[in-house]
Design a binder for this molecule. Sequence first.
Ligand code: PLP
Length: 443
Amino acid sequence: MPSLQGPRIVAGPPGPRVTKLLRDSGLEPSSYSSPIIDEARGIYVKDPDENVFTDLISGRCVVNTGYNHPRIVEAVKRQAERSIHWQTEQAYTLICRLEKMLDSGPKQVYWSQAGSLANEHAIKAVRRATGKPLILSFTGSYHGSSMGAISLSGYDPSMKRHYGPLIPGIVHVPYASCYRCPLNLEHPSCAHACLAYIEEVVFKSYVPADEVAAVFVEPIQGDAGWHIPPPGWHQGLKKLCERFGILHVADEVQTGFGRTGRWLGMDHWGVKPDVVLLGKAMGSGVPISACVLGRDLLESTDSEPIPIHAQSFSATPLGTAAAHATIDVIGDERLCENSERMGAYMKNRLTDLMDEHSCIGDVRGLGLLIGVEIVKDRAKKIPDPTSADAICAEAFRRGVYTLNMGSYGGRALRVAPPLVITEKQIDTSIEILGEAIGKIERD
Ligand SMILES: Cc1ncc(COP(=O)(O)O)c(C=O)c1O
């Protein structure tokens, strides 16, 4: 496959073909802000007008191995020739590889094709395994867009408005989003007050702890603006779960498969969850997700012969083939190490931009999962969603694609390129991003 070089803007964006495509679809061409892909390779995507963009968000943290890695493409082609439907040997061998990745005992896996569905499986599994109705989730969390997943989420009221009633029994508690602490405290003097809040306030005033089946937690809150809990917080949460007999569910949909410089986000804290949810990068773009739980968790308690979650499309042959190839590529090409090394380099370069651009309030991240907080006032941390949107639009016009997201009114640019990115490619991206930020600050 020929390589694709970029970024390179030759027409627009949008150019004539995209303009026509959007008009014919009843859309306004000026809304073009996310590349329509004609072809993609590595960190680059080419649109129908031959514009080549650097994708700084890896197609929403999906293509950790880079777009169309030849080994993934080859594995999918090979599988497509043999069978494209129903279970294959590879689904079974994949479970063994996930057990190894999780460094744990025997697992059972409920397969599906989206992170949202992995969360749905988990809601059902923890309730059934424990016989308890309640679930704790966090303010700022994002777990997907299906009914159970939006019920779990605490990212933004707009994702729930007019969809209610949502599923009952889910209680939200404050996450350790220290940049804008929901309790208005500071680390380390807070001594993890948000964890103490669960025990001292939630469990002593409105939630019977003995009715809580599980806590769902993202290792790093993603859509909330990439908040990394302080040292000891995840371990503290796990201990709290153990004290109260609550299952610990880690939503690794976004943080898994090398994104943060480790195979899994929780590896940074050495925490072993009871249930792990995987998706996004698992198949490098071929849909596959998994709710992975201890074999003892349901089989020992559940005597009913019905499958807990049957689907027409479960561990699809193309998905499992892509997942095997993804694990091979991440291991063989040492992409966790590259994520850690290039992530540190990129974070430094972004932090340097703070000297020139006062609208950058904070740069935070682990590996190649980095958030750049855009503010009106750095000291007061006043959110500036308008500038964040304008920066993304300006960067896009210059051939760099990023998004901004955040909870509590804040907005962080998402910087999460494919893990194959090189230092030179980072330099080019930062230069363009810096120019875009400068232009918006001047305007
Ligand atoms: C942590 C987390 N969980 C679940 C999801 C939902 O995944 P999907 O969009 O594949 O349904 C996302 C998507 O962004 C996510 O970031």
